[in-house]
Each structure stands twice: as structure tokens, then as C-alpha cells.
Design a binder for this molecule. Structure first.
Ligand SMILES: [Zn+2]
Length: 313
């Protein structure tokens, strides 16, 4: 069995035929129902991934308050958020109390690691971060990261080695604090390949492993009419790009789109694409011997996603 260590496991893999799979867990239902479904799908195909767990309260329902923003309204209509997430989630944290996410399902979180996948921290409070990071004080940002880290350690028994900022939205304060937490790597942005972030002339030592491909919810109904069309295009892209990373969501590919993921993984296997954790992808990249390039990070937009995201420049 492979460990969740980014040390040596990926070193002997064929370069150019890896796909890093990142799995975001944003809601209580996604943790409880979506993650077990994903574990079964991945096991069927011998695929591995890095699960980023939201640890604390599920306030995803607060997104309902954003409905008045025109771009977001269009997106909610397109992805049929209520049917995708269920009304309990849509109302969570608004009319109904917020339910905890990973801290409510410790056995599921431990199963992720026991089955050979990698686990990291996505957030303490996903919505709070996504909506308010730019307004949060330095100490609140640090506290938020620390809280997620401590909750992770209590459940898994070891400190997390990787973080992924909610909604691909990070800040200098967050990047600098993650540096102090001695992570093996982070996945906080969109980009084209693993790199070292450069901040104000200083090169950070924590590599970023960016998401390189669009997500299903970004592309469906816009660039692609069907999930099959989307996944076929992602397979073509993954085979073409040197260090591709695909992000899926426990709520989508572990729910209504589980069958589509299953077909994608079968086709990926036939095409010789090895689906691995982000730690394994990074290890394979480092094993080439070529140092990671130092690149600045900034903010930008991606088609189909509301708001700004952090990007490799
Ligand atoms: Zn998320």
C-alpha cells in the first residue's frame, strides 16, 4: 500500500502520464455520504487522491444570501444547487443550525487515510473564509488555519501535511502562516504546474500544487452540455499536460455525478493515465531533478466561477 507521504512513492512513475486528483469536501452531507461513495469508486479503479476536508461548521447555506449577486444566481441556476446539495445544506447555517463537517464524521476521515489516500485540511469554516478572507485580521486568518490543523490532528492522529484554500482564495498572511506550519505543500491556487510562490522578493519553501483543469460545476452547462463531454475533454487535457491536477467535489462526483466519475476513471485507466495524490504528483515532479520555478501569485477569474481566485502568475 502506498503511504500518504510525498517522499518516494511517485519517483519511479512514468512522467507525463500522471493525473493528480484533488477532492474537496465542503459540506456535512459531502463528508457523510459523498466521501464513502468516492472511496468506493476510486478503489474500483485503483485510483488515489488527496482529500481536503472542511473540519468545522457547515455554513454552506449562507450562499443562499449571495443569490442576489447576478453572476452567482446564474451559477446556482446552472448547477441546480438545491438538487445538488439538498435543501438541508442550502438552509444550513441560515434557518437551520450549522452542522460540523469532518469533526462529525471522524470514522469517514480515518477511512480516507486507511485506504491509501492522502488527507489534508480544506478549511475550518469554508464559507467564512471564502466570503471574508479579505476582511479577516491576520490573527483571525492564523487562528482559522490553526483550528483546522488541530481538528485534523485530533481525528487523524498526525498533523496535516497539506492545506487547500477554500475556493482557491488565499492571502499573503495565509501563505506566510502556512510556511510556519511546515507543510509538505499547499494547493491554494489555479495554475499550470507545481511551483514555489514568490512573495515580495522572498521565495517561500512550501510548494504550491495548483489545480490546472476546470471543475465540473464551472464547465457544465457552459462549455459542456453533459458530464460525459466534460470528462472526455478533461481526459484529453490530462494526457496532454505535463502536471495536470483535476479537482472534484464530494458533493458532486461523490453524489449525482458518481457514475460519470466511474466512467472517467475507467477510460483514464485504459488510456494509461495513473490517477495519484497531489503528494505523489509533486514527488514525481521533484524526481525529475529540475528545480521548481519561483513564481509570483496574484488574483484572477476563471470562467464559470464566481469571484476572484488566487493564481500562479
Ligand atoms: Zn471547497
Amino acid at each position: 500500500m502506498l503511504t500518504d507521504d510525498s517522499g518516494s512513492t511517485g519517483a519511479e512513475r512514468v512522467v507525463g502520464h500522471l493525473l493528480g486528483l484533488r477532492i474537496d469536501v465542503d459540506t456535512h452531507d459531502g463528508m457523510r455520504d459523498g466521501v464513502p461513495s468516492l472511496l468506493e469508486t476510486l478503489a474500483r479503479h485503483g485510483a488515489r487522491g488527496t482529500f481536503y476536508l472542511s473540519m468545522g461548521p457547515d455554513r454552506s447555506g449562507l450562499a443562499v444570501l449571495n443569490l442576489l449577486r447576478p453572476g452567482f444566481l446564474a451559477k446556482m441556476r446552472r448547477t441546480r444547487a438545491a438538487s445538488l446539495y439538498g435543501w438541508r445544506t442550502v438552509l444550513s447555517g441560515t434557518l437551520l443550525p450549522a452542522r460540523p463537517i469532518a469533526t462529525a464524521c471522524p470514522a469517514v476521515a480515518r477511512r480516507v487515510v486507511a485506504e491509501g489516500h492522502e488527507a489534508g485540511v480544506h478549511a475550518w469554516d469554508h464559507r467564512r473564509w471564502q466570503d471574508s478572507l479579505h476582511r479577516m485580521s491576520q490573527s483571525e486568518v492564523c487562528r482559522h488555519l490553526d483550528r483546522g490543523r488541530e481538528a485534523f490532528a485530533q481525528i487523524i492522529g498526525t498533523l496535516p501535511r497539506t492545506f487547500a484554500a477554500p475556493a482557491w482564495y488565499t492571502s499573503e498572511t495565509a501563505l506566510l502562516h502556512q510556511e510556519e506550519l511546515e507543510l509538505a505543500f499547499s494547493s491554494d491556487c489555479r495554475g499550470s504546474e507545481p511551483f514555489l510562490p514568490e512573495l515580495g522578493g522572498r521565495v517561500l519553501r512550501t510548494p504550491q500544487v495548483p489545480t490546472t483543469l476546470p471543475t465540473l460545476d464551472e464547465a457544465l452547462g457552459d462549455r459542456f452540455e453533459t458530464a460525459t463531454g466534460y470528462f472526455d475533454a478533461m481526459l484529453t487535457e490530462a494526457l496532454r499536460a505535463p502536471w495536470p491536477v483535476l479537482t472534484i467535489h464530494a458533493e458532486a462526483e461523490g453524489g449525482p455525478y458518481a457514475a460519470d466519475l466511474d466512467v472517467f476513471l475507467a477510460k483514464a485507466g485504459q488510456a494509461g493515465l495513473d490517477v495519484v495524490t497531489l503528494g505523489e504528483l509533486l514527488a514525481a515532479r521533484l524526481a525529475t531533478g529540475e528545480p521548481l520555478s519561483a513564481r509570483p501569485m496574484g488574483y484572477g477569474t476563471v470562467p464559470g466561477r464566481h469571484g476572484r481566485v488566487s493564481m500562479q502568475l
